[in-house]
Ligand binder design. Structure first.
Ligand SMILES: Nc1ncnc2c1ncn2[C@@H]1O[C@H](COP(=O)(O)OP(=O)(O)O)[C@@H](O)[C@H]1O
Ligand SMILES: [Mg+2]
Length: 311
């Protein structure tokens, strides 16, 4: 991979006894959407803070936006658009005034400001709300304005820390479309964190993060491929009993609730046998089986399997 926007190694940061980031290596090539996926406390936010120089490294280093993370942090910052997990707009300023503020903070020349402002308002679809106060925007609109403020100075690297947390599914979809368009139209490279596994498939590559480490990394396809042919979806009721009974099958390694359904992970090569045997065994108990069928593994299936193998 050449043209790496992020090329850092051994990044480490502790807070007292807690090692929030424990020696991670991260390489992100131009044009990628790299997803940092992991539960609360995994170290995602600390990683972002290290990449923007908001926290001092305890160890490690490397290049961000082509500049040295330790020696050239001001140059690094100029390459980055950062949308923090709890970013704040100025509620008493309008959409327009917020954009202007972030443009000025980032040193955009006045002559460049007007065309860029119009471009960004159109990009995030807020042109007709330019004069609305930020505290009167919906959650989704605030998020889009946040994205516009992060992009206003044409960064090469966009860092988004849980940008879709707590917003409704439709708004999440919208936001991911915008991320894709930012890569296509603005030419940025993206590192985005999310607690939502279903968003992982939107990324070119993902890293599973836990306890300050990146445990596994790859394209969504590569991450899920070891589980091909090993996930069965079970629908029926009552779910709790189904769960307990399915877990007793000798070839079933794990049972996980997925919405209204259950996912069974079976030993390699046993899917057909389980599919034949299990419904009969279940319906002799007092449960109803709607169907048991093979499905493509999801990133969440892969994450769960990986956590179990890590112990
Ligand atoms: N400023 C801080 N002071 C003390 N502990 C912190 C601080 N920031 C993060 N931590 C701890 O570091 C770990 C990683 O936190 P964080 O990077 O926020 O994870 P994530 O963003 O994945 O939820 C957690 O155990 C958290 O409590
Ligand atoms: Mg966080």
């Amino acid at each position: 991979m050449n043209d790496l926007l992020v090329d850092v190694h051994d990044l480490t940061k502790s807070f007292g006894p807690v090692t929030a980031v424990n020696g991670i290596r991260l390489r992100v090539a131009a044009g990628e959407i790299y997803g940092l996926i992991g539960p609360d406390g995994a170290g995602k936010t600390t990683t972002f803070r290290l990449l923007v120089g908001a926290l001092r490294l305890d160890g490690g280093g490397g290049l961000v936006g082509g500049h040295d993370l330790v020696k050239e942090i001001n140059r690094v910052r100029m390459q980055i658009g950062y949308l923090p997990q709890r970013f704040s707009l100025y509620g008493d300023l309008t959409v327009d005034e917020n954009l202007r503020f972030f443009a000025e903070v980032n040193g955009i020349a006045a002559s460049e400001w007007q065309p860029r402002r119009a471009e960004m308002l159109a990009f995030v679809g807020l042109a007709e709300f330019a004069q609305r106060r930020a505290d009167q925007l919906s959650g989704g609109m605030k998020q889009k304005l946040g994205l516009a403020t992060a992009l206003i100075h044409r960064p090469r690297l966009l860092l988004l820390d849980e940008p879709t947390a707590g917003v409704d599914p439709v708004t999440r979809q919208d936001f991911w479309q915008l991320i894709g368009r930012a890569v296509a139209q603005e030419g940025v490279t993206v590192v985005v964190s999310t607690p939502y596994m279903d968003e992982a498939s939107r990324c070119t590559r993902i890293g599973f993060m836990r306890d300050g480490r990146i445990l596994d990394e790859g394209t969504p396809q590569a991450i899920t491929s070891p589980l091909h042919g090993r996930i069965l979806e079970l629908s029926g009721s009552p779910r709790r009993q189904l769960h307990a009974l399915a877990a007793q099958d000798p070839d079933v390694e794990a049972v996980q609730p997925f919405g209204e359904k259950l996912h069974l992970r079976v030993r390699p090569g046993t899917a057909a046998a389980v599919q034949q045997r299990l419904p009969a065994a279940l319906s002799s108990a007092a449960v109803t089986v709607q169907y048991l069928r093979p499905i493509a593994p999801t990133v969440e299936d892969a994450f769960i399997a990986m956590l179990e193998s890590e112990g």
